[in-house]
Write a protein that binds this ligand. Structure first.
Ligand SMILES: Nc1ncnc2c1ncn2[C@@H]1O[C@H](COP(=O)(O)OP(=O)(O)OP(=O)(O)O)[C@@H](O)[C@H]1O
Length: 806
């Protein structure tokens, strides 16, 4: 019964003793009770810490009637069935020996009796309940005698069932929980009274800090070992020092600490390693990008050389043909051939055509080699580019090709307007985005909670493929107008209609393809320029777009905004200096450009930029417009060159009233008609704004400046609001920021509470508008952007970048 592996010397000594003792018993008892000891040897007490009275133990065993006292199979079955049925109640059903009429001594908890008249008992008998009512005594150590049964059940391994002793203070038989029967002063405490009812007591388990190789042996757990409750052996501790004698568990604090340190080390290594990995990846990317740029440029140069060689050959052929024509003019008259008169002999033409084809469309051409920039591959959107270098080659091949196309178109178009240039570009040359035309009529915006009008009867149209400038004096309502058009005007009551492609649809249904660059920064200072752009591209470009196409989009934006030299630089924060203010402004614009919008609205993107950077930015925006993007931007004091790069102009007077909305080229003509002529060497937009600001006084022949909005409305046949008609040429209010008017006296009368309530209502109104805009589920843009989970993943990536950067 004792595991020889558990505790070398003690166990083998114990086993030897057990063997010697059990050999002395009858074979049946030996089989059933191999661990039941009968010994008087004093050294046992010393060695094994018997807490039972050895004399009692000896007495119990010496009688030699143990087999008659042990429960038969029928009694065991009865006991366990009763226990299972009765739950926590620790007595069994009335039975043959302990019934309601006869309750003999052996029925008490911890007591048992022997079979009547020294009858032999068949322990295997599962049917007959033996009569066991004589020579009742306390249960032997190593057994338990339940209340209501007069037999003994061996305690299993892991239990400790010693003889109990009466605790005089509590009157309970220790270590168990029963009391001797009341009114019987001579009735002693017996042995254990239960074991299997583990739910209600753990008295009979070998206690923690000890181990019990048999149910009558309780041995102290040695130093360097630990023993949990119910142990039959002691378990070695990982380190000797971590377990004192009688330890119930091993102290693993040190191991815990070691584990934490080890885990931290591993994490640190992973972190540093990943840092290294990322750096290497970035370096590799940079190299493959540089190689792709080089290759793309070489290809363009090769193409140029090929073209000039072709031109020279053509000229040369034309010259030869002229001289031949002159020399053989007589022969020519005889010849009916038209081929030679065109200068393209059939063979030559035949040879020339395929060459041209190969220059433009053949995949074997230098352009096509650069990652499918031309022909078939372009149509497939770089789907065949898998490796990083293929993707970069595709992207830069495409970018170089687009640059060449733009140059070519600019040279050819000379004074053509942007729309003219766009018209020249075929579908295959330029990818067209979904076109969105925004027409607005009688847009009037009134500040909620007051009667102040921010915009008044503004009508007009923003066309795809055109770049419109919104100008006017400070506070005229430029930002408000663009916000209203983008559906972002908060805290205002809006009247009038906005038509999208001729249909009355909510603009917010197109928010996935509307880019809005506010005046304030939206760029993330702790990321690099490239990381900022990539984050936006990933979250806002269509999910089905290939990686190569996304790279192309981002690289194109970096290239067109002149951000190539700072692409890997941190944008910077207030604490940490990053790229310059102008570059930062361009990154802001880039953030919206990388989502390939169909409508792009920008609030003062050129403010703070030098004229070169402004021109660069506008060139980039014009390039976007060539793809069909509808662009409008607030701009202050543009240079003459910049001004001429716009297609349309919206000029607002104070009070949010338009005084002009149309092509830039026709502004001067319109104002001339009103008697306003821009003096020589004066930049037209500056002059108009000075007039609207009241800085420049108009001569008497010209129209009154206050009537300019009215004149514009009449010029276009718009319906003029009655109050505007009445107040024109008279009241200051019509053109002042207070149009529509405050009543100062009424304002003064407003109570503080009323004002507070007004403010609160404004704030709530604004929040509701913002919430409505962001929440709106209707989507008519046909763009499927990554879901929330995927965006969250990108966000985590961005967070990690940021953590690394800081
Ligand atoms: N939410 C608001 N609450 C109160 N007044 C507002 C609000 N929004 C705009 N305004 C007022 O409306 C007018 C137009 O503001 P807006 O910002 O559109 O002018 P702007 O022409 O863009 O000016 P700037 O060129 O100085 O940026 C200003 O007088 C402004 O104070």
């Amino acid at each position: 019964q004792v595991d020889p592996m558990s505790n070398g010397a003690v166990t083998s000594a114990l086993n030897a003793k057990l063997k010697k003792l059990t050999d002395a018993f009858a074979p049946q008892v030996k089989r059933e009770l191999g661990y039941c000891i009968q010994d008087t040897d004093a050294e046992w007490d010393a060695t094994f810490n018997f807490s039972s009275d050895p004399k009692f133990l000896v007495d119990c065993m010496k009688k030699g009637d143990l087999p008659q006292r042990v429960c038969t199979a029928a009694e065991l079955k009865f006991y366990f069935e009763s226990i299972l049925r009765r739950g926590k109640k620790n007595y069994v059903r009335p039975n043959k020996n302990c019934n309601l009429s006869s309750w003999i001594d052996g029925c008490e908890p911890g007591w048992g009796c022997t079979a009547d008249a020294g009858k032999e008992v068949d322990l295997q008998d599962a049917e007959n309940f033996p009569s066991r009512t004589v020579d009742c005594q306390g249960c032997c150590p190593g057994f338990f005698c339940p209340r209501g049964l007069t037999c003994m059940i061996p305690c299993p391994l892991g239990a400790y069932c010693p003889q109990s002793t009466l605790n005089k203070t509590t009157g309970v038989c220790d270590p168990y929980n029963y009391q001797p029967p009341p009114g019987q002063p001579n009735h002693t405490c017996g042995g254990a009274d239960r074991w299997s009812d583990v739910m209600s007591t753990d008295d009979v388990f070998c206690p923690a800090g000890y181990y019990c190789p048999s149910p009558i042996l309780k041995i102290d757990c040695s130093s360097g070992f630990y023993c949990r409750k119910g142990s039959t052996i002691q378990t070695k501790c990982l380190s000797k020092g971590s377990c004192k004698p009688n330890s119930t568990t091993q102290d693993i604090t040190i191991f815990g600490a070691m584990l934490v340190v080890a885990l931290s080390l591993v994490l640190l290594i992973i972190y540093n390693f990943s840092d290294q990995l990322l750096t290497n990846r970035e370096k590799k990317q940079a190299k493959s990008r540089e190689a792709a740029v080089r290759l793309a440029k070489e290809t363009v140069q090769a193409r140029e050389r090929w073209r000039s060689a072709k031109d020279v050959a053509k000229k040369h052929a034309a010259g030869m043909q002229t001289s031949l024509t002159r020399t053989f003019s007589r022969k020519k008259s005889l010849s009916s051939s038209h081929e030679s008169s065109k200068g393209h002999p059939p063979e030559e033409h035949g040879a020339d055509h395929p060459s041209e084809e190969s220059g433009e469309k053949n995949t074997g051409s230098p352009t096509a080699e650069v990652g499918g920039g031309g022909g078939d591959k372009k149509k497939k959107g770089g789907k065949h580019a898998h490796t990083q270098s293929q993707i970069f080659q595709y992207a830069y091949g495409q970018i170089e090709k687009e640059k060449a196309l733009e140059q070519e178109m600019e040279q050819n178009s000379n004074n053509l307007s942007l729309s003219g240039v766009v018209a020249m570009a075929t579908d295959e040359d330029l990818r067209q985005r979904p076109r969105i035309e925004i027409a607005f009529k009688d847009i009037t915006l009134t500040l909620k909670g007051s009667k102040k009008k921010l915009l008044r009867s503004v009508s007009g149209k923003l066309m795809p493929g055109r770049v419109a400038a919104v100008m006017g004096p400070s506070g005229a309502g430029k930002t408000t107008l663009l916000s209203a058009i983008a559906g972002k005007a908060t805290g205002c009551a809006t009247t009038g209609t906005i038509l999208i492609n001729g249909k009355q649809e909510p603009i917010r249904a197109y928010k996935k393809i509307i880019g809005f660059v506010p005046q304030d920064d939206i760029v993330h200072g702790n990321l690099t320029v490239q990381e900022n752009l990539w984050f936006n591209a990933r979250c806002r470009l269509p999910v089905e777009m290939s990686q190569a196409e996304k790279v192309l989009v981002v690289e194109r934006v970096i290239e067109s905004l002149g951000l190539q030299p700072v692409r890997d630089s941190l944008v910077g924060t207030v604490e940490k200096r990053g790229i310059s203010g102008g570059q930062r402004k361009r990154v802001n614009v880039g953030l919206e450009m990388v989502m390939e919008p169909s409508v792009l609205i920008l609030d003062e993107p050129t403010s703070g930029l030098d004229s070169a950077s402004s021109l660069l930015l506008l060139r980039a925006l014009r390039r976007e417009a060539m793809e069909g993007v509808n662009i409008s931007m607030v701009v202050h004091q543009p240079s003459y060159t910049l001004y001429n790069m716009f297609d349309d102009l919206i000029l607002l007077a104070k009070g949010g009233m338009p005084v002009y909305h149309g092509p830039v080229k026709k502004v001067e003509e319109y104002f001339k008609g009103l008697g306003i002529v821009v003096p020589d060497r004066v930049n037209p937009p500056d002059y108009y704004i000075d007039i609207l600001e009241g800085i420049v006084k108009l001569d008497t022949n010209a129209v009154n400046v206050k009537d300019l909005p009215l004149r514009w409305m009449l010029h276009n046949g718009y319906e003029v609001p009655r109050d505007m008609l009445q107040s024109s040429s008279g009241s200051e209010s019509s053109l002042s920021g207070e149009a529509g008017g405050h009543a100062p006296q009424a304002e003064a009368k407003k109570s503080v509470l009323g004002e507070l309530w007004g403010n609160l209502r404004d704030i709530l109104g604004q929040k509701k508008d913002e919430y409505d805009y962001n929440k709106s589920s209707e989507d008519l843009s046909n763009r499927r952007t990554p879901g929330k989970l995927r965006q969250y993943k990108y966000y985590l990536g961005r967070y990690m970048w940021q953590a690394k950067a800081s």
